[in-house]
Design a protein around this ligand. Structure first.
Ligand code: IMP
Length: 432
């Protein structure tokens, strides 16, 4: 099989959008397999900015089939708007395929997401994107969800919607003291969006399976990052899907081996949006400065991202969990001129080295990172956007080599700026 999986190795926002965009032209088929409108990829191609939430960025390449798999959750009204915006930007959508088995994020999911977050209050909040992701996946697991296919059977859809809405309204009104949602506007908006999506809806597992059988090059595109994975992330401060390479099989409808070579994307430092453990977080002025230099604001919600040093303990865990065989290191340019750099190489607990990754929140609070200091990378605009390793100052090359040595995984690409071309290729990436 000629396949590869590109995933985030940190808490999302690693720059996967740019990486996937840069390599999508080498694939025949790109498949999203989890997540939904909580994701946000920004791509700048030929000076034009495109923002994606549901649609794979590969859609920018006319010859690439773009699949949104059964493991995703789709806000059909938002998706309709996303498609309209892409059409306005002259992006052809004829190669888009949406899984008839993908679950639909309904307005009551968003309302519950928001109500639960507010009820958790302050530090208890997960800091979700409020896109209804958790409640939608919860309904999927409870077997009360509505799938894309259901929207094309208006009567059955109306029955399920009525049943679900009665239950959700009872929770919204009696538990959260919120107004109930009206049935008819939701029904109409969903059926209207379903018509707009109809040309693209199909059995996408078949599309992926056929492509693999025919020897086509298939790239699976992860959303979020491994630390937000429902099972292996910093629970409960996670998203509700399998953001790891393990999600490929169930989320796309292909055998586990189809994930192929796993390529992990990691920022040269660390960021996270929302609450939860972040051992190497930089608080105060340095964190604010890193956020400003790196323009670290969420593509989906515009929220400021928390910023911190690169954490090789966390990345080591990510490598073990995902089996990643190559790393794309992004935003190295942001560190230029930042001053002496620190990289976490171990954790300590109670003054002693701590091996392992805590499962509980209290465990995280007791950890302190052990840092190694690396020399500052000088601020020099001449190497921003570099495409050749020789253009980088020695200290920047040493930073990359340090990451490689410590993780035991080659850094096959270094990203040096936001433009599509600003990449240094140091080896084979997707391995097709
Ligand atoms: P949810 O996915 O909206 O339920 O949010 C759960 C957690 O995942 C929150 O901390 C969000 O900030 C985070 N999250 C969800 N999607 C993304 C993403 O695409 N990038 C970064 N963080 C995300």
């Amino acid at each position: 099989m000629r396949s590869a999986t590109v995933i985030g190795l940190q808490w999302g926002d690693e720059g996967k959008g740019k990486v996937i965009d840069a390599f999508a032209s080498e694939a025949d088929v790109v498949v999203r397999y989890q997540g939904g409108g909580n994701a946000g990829h920004t791509v700048i191609a030929k000076g034009v900015k495109y923002v994606f939430h549901h649609v794979p960025t590969g859609i920018l390449y006319p010859g690439v089939t773009c699949v949104v798999g059964n493991g995703t959750v789709l806000d059909v009204v938002a998706l309709k708007t996303e498609l309209a915006e892409l059409t306005e930007q002259k992006v052809a959508l004829s190669n888009l395929r949406l899984s008839s088995r993908a679950h639909v994020v309904m307005p009551y999911h968003r309302a519950l997401d928001e109500a639960r977050e507010q009820a958790r209050g302050g530090t208890g909040q997960i800091g979700t994107t409020k896109r209804g992701i958790g409640p939608c996946y919860a309904d999927k697991a409870s077997r009360t969800g509505i799938r894309l296919a259901d929207l094309y059977d208006p009567q059955r859809f109306a029955e399920r919607l009525r049943r679900n809405l009665d239950e959700k309204n009872a929770i919204l009104v009696h538990l959260f003291r919120r107004p109930p949602l009206a049935f008819e506007p939701i029904r109409e908006a969903c059926l209207d969006a379903a018509e707009a999506l109809r040309p693209y809806v199909c059995d996408t597992a078949r599309v992926a399976q056929d492509a693999l059988r025919e020897g086509k090059r298939v790239m699976f595109e992860g959303a979020q990052g491994i630390m937000l994975d429902l099972d292996h992330g910093t629970y409960p401060f996670v998203t509700s899907s399998s953001a790891s390479s393990a999600g490929v099989s169930s989320g796309a409808g292909v055998p586990p081996a189809a994930a192929g070579k796993v390529v992990g994307v990691a920022k040269a430092y660390t960021t996270r949006v929302g609450s939860g453990p972040f051992p190497t977080e930089l608080l105060g002025e340095p964190g604010d400065r890193l956020r400003e230099i790196g323009k670290e604001y969420g593509a989906t919600t515009g929220r400021p991202r928390r910023c911190g040093w690169l954490d090789l303990v966390q990345l080591g865990e990510a490598v073990r969990l995902t089996g990643c065989a190559g790393i794309v290191l992004t935003k190295l340019d942001t560190l230029a001129g930042f001053g002496p750099l620190k990289v976490a190489v171990a954790y300590e607990r109670g003054g002693k080295r701590h091996d392992g990754f805590p499962a509980d929140e209290a465990g995280w609070e007791e950890l302190t990172p052990v840092y190694e200091e690396l020399p500052a990378i000088p601020a020099d605009p001449s190497y921003l956007g570099a495409t050749d390793e020789d253009q980088l100052p020695g200290v920047a090359r040493e930073y990359v080599a340090f990451v490689e040595r410590r993780l035991g995984v080659p850094v096959s690409v270094v990203s040096t700026g936001p433009q599509r071309e600003a990449l240094i290729r140091r080896g084979d990436v997707l391995g097709f």
